[in-house]
Design a protein around this ligand. Structure first.
Ligand SMILES: [Zn+2]
Length: 474
């Protein structure tokens, strides 16, 4: 701590919010530059791009006026970018988190414009990483810059952490936290890697699902055989796999594994009441997801759609290997593999989930085929009670930034970062904010960011730093 700021000098939050508008084009350009870097953490071919992306984030944090901007890694992880402004006493230290790595683009031809060429259309910025989560990283820089360039100081102490391997499940995060905990010490955590309720309506996320999954391989043969000469006598591994996979869900598409979510944290009465108050947005969700007319939503219709999305497990088959249609010939394949992706309710143990998946499948393999299951992913969900000084401050800040009340919401997705981080600091409050919205198609093709909401998010974070400084318990 070099120089201590006089806490009695008042600051003009409205002037800082105006600065957000003045500086907006500059930060939009920074976001565009970041999106041009294909920082795909899951693809070894992009290692250098992830490093370039870390360098670009470092530069943005420097430009914003953060101090001690540096990159750190652990056990060969991609670079984490850190920066800070720690000059005040008697105010909380806020850790602002985002990540700079992205998912692969998927099928590039399915994008309306190139995934790594940011394009503005209809008030949205399209490109991989626009919403998830380069907008979060740049929002932190813009928030700090608005304060420092207007007031010359921040109302509370700030540390910034921008991770480079969130999209592969933050595998070295715990090791990183253990090694660098002193550099990250904070009283409250702000993660700008979640979703707003909908365009124009901010969200505060209080629950996340966990993630687990297995690759399931069934093998019948040494090698493929002629489907005419052997068909009728040799079992087809692809059909055997389809039977096994179909047994994982009931008639509604809900997971049908005995006792699977017995370890999920039950809803409290206040949470159930909160969920029941939410308007049934099924139609809006169908539209946002692009569900075709006539296609039913999955899940028990007697359970609210939000409870299904946030507080119950779900399963998807995200990959299937047998033989591609192109180049196929009339043969029975030797083996078939499916990658099962399971979202866990908060409270569920990923290792227990892997075990139950294996047990369920092993008991149902037809015709004596050889079975191999390999766990992929494993991260617990997260759940917190959206009450207390930090949540209240956050509600006020979002109301001020968006001009409307925020919604306390769960999210069906997973942020493996949330649980270990809050735990490493003894359960400090964690505030999960936008920048995405339900039509952002994060991880999908045509990912996009709603730009006006992004500007409102930055304005909200400007308010948030002041609100947290005011509200922190002595
Ligand atoms: Zn993300």
């Amino acid at each position: 701590m070099s120089e201590v700021v006089d806490p009695s000098v008042p600051y003009d939050v409205e002037a800082v919010v105006q600065a957000v508008d003045v500086q907006y084009q500059e930060w939009l350009a920074t976001l565009g530059e970041l999106v041009r870097i294909p920082s795909v953490s899951g693809d070894p071919a992009h290692v250098v791009d992830v490093e370039r992306s870390a360098d670009a984030v470092s530069a943005a944090l420097e430009v914003a006026g953060l101090e001690q901007v540096r990159q750190r890694d652990v056990d060969g992880s991609p670079p984490y970018v850190l920066g800070e402004w720690v000059h005040r006493e008697g105010v909380p230290t806020v850790l602002l988190y985002a990540h700079h790595d992205v998912q692969p683009p998927g099928i590039v031809e399915n994008w309306t414009s190139h995934p790594f060429e940011p394009r503005e259309r209809g008030g949205r910025l399209f490109g991989r990483g626009t919403a998830d989560d380069k907008a979060g990283a740049v929002a932190h820089a813009a928030t700090v810059a608005a304060w420092l360039r207007t007031m010359g100081e921040l109302p509370c102490n700030v540390r910034v952490l921008v991770e480079g391997e969130e999209e592969i499940g933050s595998p070295r995060l715990e090791a990183f936290l253990t090694k660098h905990l002193d550099e990250l010490a904070a009283d409250v955590l702000v993660l700008a890697d979640a979703s707003n309720w909908k365009v124009g309506v901010p969200g505060i996320t209080y629950s996340l699902r966990g993630i687990a999954g297995v690759d399931v391989t069934l093998r019948a043969l040494e090698g493929p055989v002629h489907s005419g000469m052997a068909g009728g006598a040799v079992p087809d591994p692809a059909i055997a796999l389809a039977k096994v996979v179909a047994s994982l869900v009931d008639e509604h598409g809900d997971l049908a594994i005995e006792g699977f979510d017995d370890d999920a944290t039950p809803l409290t009465d206040s949470e159930r009441a909160r969920i029941e108050q939410l308007p049934d947005d099924s139609e809006a969700l169908r539209k946002a997801w692009g569900v075709r007319p006539g296609v039913e939503l999955a899940g028990d219709p007697n359970v609210s759609v939000f409870e299904r999305l946030w507080r119950r497990p779900s399963i998807a088959v995200i990959g299937w290997d047998s033989h591609p249609i192109a180049g196929s010939s009339p043969q029975i394949v030797a083996r078939a593999t499916a990658r099962l992706n399971v979202r866990l309710a908060p409270g569920q143990d990923p290792e227990r989930a892997h075990w139950l998946l294996h047990e369920h499948i092993a008991a149902r393999v037809p015709w004596g085929l050889e079975l191999e299951t390999t766990p992929v992913w494993g991260a617990a969900g997260w759940l917190s009670e959206p009450r207390g000084w930090a949540f209240d401050a956050c509600e006020r800040a979002l109301r001020a930034g968006f001009g409307t009340d925020p919604v306390s919401m769960g999210v069906g997705g997973s942020i493996p970062f949330a649980e270990p981080f809050a735990a490493a600091f003894g359960g400090i409050p964690a505030l999960l904010l936008g920048p995405s919205d339900p039509s952002s198609r994060i991880h999908g093709e045509d990912e996009s960011l709603h730009l006006d909401d992004w500007r409102k998010l930055i304005a909200s974070q400007v308010h948030l730093l002041a609100e947290l400084a005011e509200a922190a318990p002595g």
